[in-house]
Write a protein that binds this ligand. Structure first.
Ligand SMILES: *Cc1c(COP(=O)(O)O)cnc(C)c1O
Length: 384
């Protein structure tokens, strides 16, 4: 059919020939997805991952990423969300309803704690916090539906006894969700230790670029995935094709990056442990980290993230000046990219019963030469 120029702006007779092949997945941008005919439209459902219904429900780009992420964590199903936090929200909203109870570790990722506060104040869900290192069995109520675990806690680094938490939960028919961001899924297989749902902030190691936000929810059981997929659909949690591509581009190097972060972080942490200004090094691979034995038993390595606690004789003003004096460490939240980062935390405001008055500084070791990072820390420590 002959087209007017206005229509030619929109429609084309060109069909790409078959036979183009490349390693990089195609970036499919779509809100509207086209059907061959009305019968195909009528026959299609949003749940079906072998066909396409609407950009929000998936494209070849996002389905490729989901399949890879499910396999990395040893799961069968994966749902993508526009941030790690929205993946957490999908789990809470998909599995909890008014009258239910959720248990969160006291060292949980702070915005998950904040979400718990909201569920409790406005949605009739009770959210309670447990000591990640204590036996959880006595805290489970008849109304408890979900227990969160984080391994290790991403600021204070306690490594919980994940199999024990899962055993206690399953004995009472309660689901366990693991925030597995610290290990990127390569260093800890949550399902092997009994968890039902794994959550990842792909913003971190999977993307590896400090330039994209995304999250994932991974499961093994179809019925559980279906409950979460319903929340995913009802909340309209889509991700952009370009962002999905960035994460796909980061994945092939993730294992090598993790090994480099791990080696760098252990070198820097060992150096800091010997310094008189540092009261404690909180790194799961170090013997005095709470839960070190659990890390040794369950993990295949460590990443780039750990914390140190300064000796209490240094004021917050002094340790803030020290952080400002660092030249190779950026001051900022999140982690997982090539650049090292430092963030001081006020633990008394974050944790019930936190002992020790010294400033806690969380360090993320990027891909710089560890000796240069140590030299930078040495000149900054001299400001004390
Ligand atoms: C960063 C992070 C999240 C949230 O990820 P965003 O993509 O920043 O929303 C959740 N849990 C942990 C442990 C994280 O480090």
């Amino acid at each position: 059919m002959k087209k007017s120029p206005q229509t030619a702006l929109i429609h084309s007779d060109y069909t790409p020939p078959d036979g183009f092949a490349a390693f990089a997945p195609a970036i499919h941008h779509a809100s509207t997805v086209l059907f061959d005919n009305v019968a195909a439209l009528r026959a299609s459902g949003w749940k079906d991952k072998r066909s396409y219904t609407y950009g929000l429900h998936g494209t070849p780009t996002t389905f490729t990423l989901e399949a890879k992420l499910a396999a990395i964590d040893g799961g069968s199903f994966c749902l993508l969300a526009p941030s790690g936090l929205s993946a957490i929200a999908m789990i809470n909203l998909g599995l909890l309803k008014s009258g239910d109870d959720v248990l969160l570790p006291d060292n949980v990722y702070a915005p998950n704690r904040e979400l718990g506060r909201w569920l409790a104040s406005d949605f009739g869900i009770s959210a309670r916090y447990y000591d990640p290192m204590a036996d959880i069995a006595g805290q489970i109520l008849p109304t408890t539906r979900l227990i969160w675990a984080e391994a290790p806690g991403s600021v204070t680094m306690e490594v919980p006894d994940l199999p024990a938490i899962c055993r206690a939960a399953h004995a009472r028919g309660v689901l366990v969700a693991l925030d597995n961001t610290w290990s990127g899924g390569l260093l800890l297989n949550g399902f092997e230790h009994g968890v039902d749902i794994v959550m990842q902030a792909l913003t971190k190691y999977q993307s590896g670029g400090s330039d994209v936000l995304m999250g994932a929810v991974i499961t093994r059981e179809r019925a559980l995935n279906d409950r979460l997929a319903l929340a995913h659909m009802r909340l309209g949690l889509g991700v952009s094709a370009d962002d999905a591509y960035l994460v796909l581009r980061g994945l092939p190097s993730m294992k090598l990056r993790l090994q480099a972060h791990d080696a760098g972080a252990r070198a820097v942490a060992a150096w800091l442990a010997a310094r008189p200004e540092i009261a404690r090094v909180l790194h799961p691979a170090f013997a005095d980290c709470p839960g070190h034995a659990h890390w040794q038993r369950d993990f295949r390595g460590a990443g780039g993230l750990f914390s140190v606690v300064f000796d209490a004789r240094y004021s917050e003003a002094q340790t803030d000046r020290l952080v400002d004096a660092l030249t190779l460490f950026g001051i900022g939240y999140s982690w997982g990219g090539a650049h090292s980062l430092a963030v001081p935390y006020r633990m008394q405001a974050m944790r019930t019963g936190w002992e020790g008055a010294g400033t806690l500084l969380r360090l993320y070791i990027g891909l710089e030469e560890p000796a240069d990072l140590i030299a930078d820390l040495a000149q900054a420590l001299a400001t004390l």
